[in-house]
Ligand binder design. Structure first.
Ligand code: G4P
Length: 291
């Protein structure tokens, strides 16, 4: 991908430093760390310092939004994490799909050693405490709300309520530590930034919306041609760049402005919205490097 037009993103290192300190100081209070990633961008949606920040704690990865990710690619990511010694589970925290396996997998796999030890000591009923981490928009609140039920969602949604560190108790003696603060994704990686902009994880203003949609259309025409063929009846002809593809989408959708010109801005908004909501199909933006 050509990233020359992407503005350098401001990462607010001050916020990061504060969050890093909070994670470190709270780590002794928890039994494991649950890292939520976007299944469409498991690499780009990772905080690069997470390994260092949570070293020594059992960790589990949730590949969230698997409902809009390519199923085969999600399986490849799960295999890749397994190779790295990390248990990863595909979940959809919007509908709750996959969450039933979360606690059993955690207890029987990620925390097996601890659970066995507790059993030997007659402490099987002791609380399990988990720290929930992830970059903004990855689905942390959705996960916690689905796990905790509707009661908590109501409290959390009140505007003006200061978000401080807080424990959320689940019915089965599991406590989730919802980490406030901001954990940014990869620093200085503009390709990652582009993918996060495609998914809407970071704001559209890193690029103008038409350039963003053009880059997405190019990616789709190369990797998921059926997505734009199916939805817009658009196929790439030899020599088509992103702009030509965007114009084709606009034309097919009848998005014209006076003088017979195509409203490429409207077409761009449509493409991005429909990609993000899964209307273009289940699409993963990056694959594991080696397996
Ligand atoms: P955060 O706490 O990590 O910042 O993320 P949050 O739960 O607020 O989720 C961010 C957005 O991602 C929300 O969409 C949420 O609905 C959506 N989301 C979370 N989990 C999933 C999932 O498994 N699949 C899909 N497709 N989407 C998910 P939103 O547009 O901000 O709100 P809304 O669509 O819920 O109205």
């Amino acid at each position: 991908m050509d990233n020359t037009e992407i503005k350098t993103i401001q990462w607010f290192p001050g916020h990061m430093a504060k969050t890093r300190r909070m994670i470190k100081s709270n780590l002794p209070l928890v039994d494991a760390v649950v890292e939520i990633l976007d299944a469409r961008t498991p690499l780009s949606s990772r905080n690069p310092e997470m390994d260092i920040m949570t070293a020594g704690k059992p960790r589990m990865v949730l590949l969230n939004k698997c409902d809009v990710a390519d199923e085969k690619s999600t399986q490849r990511w799960i295999n890749r994490f397994r190779q790295l010694g990390i248990t990863a589970l595909p979940v959809d925290c919007k509908s709750g799909k996959g969450l039933k396996s979360f606690l059993p997998t955690l207890k029987n796999d990620v925390l097996k050693e601890l659970m066995d030890k507790r059993k030997q000591n007659g402490m099987s009923g002791a609380a399990i405490r988990l720290m929930i981490v992830g970059i903004p928009n990855v689905g942390k609140s959705s996960f916690i709300n689905k796990m905790a039920g509707s009661k908590r969602a109501k409290v959390e949604d009140r505007p003006g309520v200061t978000r401080t560190k807080q424990w959320v108790k689940l019915d089965n003696n599991v406590e989730l530590l919802d980490m406030p603060g901001v954990l940014w994704p990869k620093f200085d990686d503009q390709t990652a930034a582009l993918k996060l902009a495609f998914t809407g994880a970071i704001k559209d203003d890193i690029l103008d919306i038409e350039t963003l949609a053009m880059k997405l259309l190019l990616f789709l025409s190369e990797n998921y041609p059926q997505s734009i063929a199916g939805r817009y009846k658009v196929t790439a002809d030899e020599g088509d760049g992103g702009f030509e593809l965007l114009e084709k989408v606009g034309r097919k959708r009848g998005m014209m402005i006076s003088g017979g010109e195509i409203n490429t801005e409207r077409a761009a908004i449509t493409v991005l919205d429909e990609f993000r909501s899964g209307k273009l199909g289940r699409i993963t933006l990056e694959l594991p490097a080696e397996e």
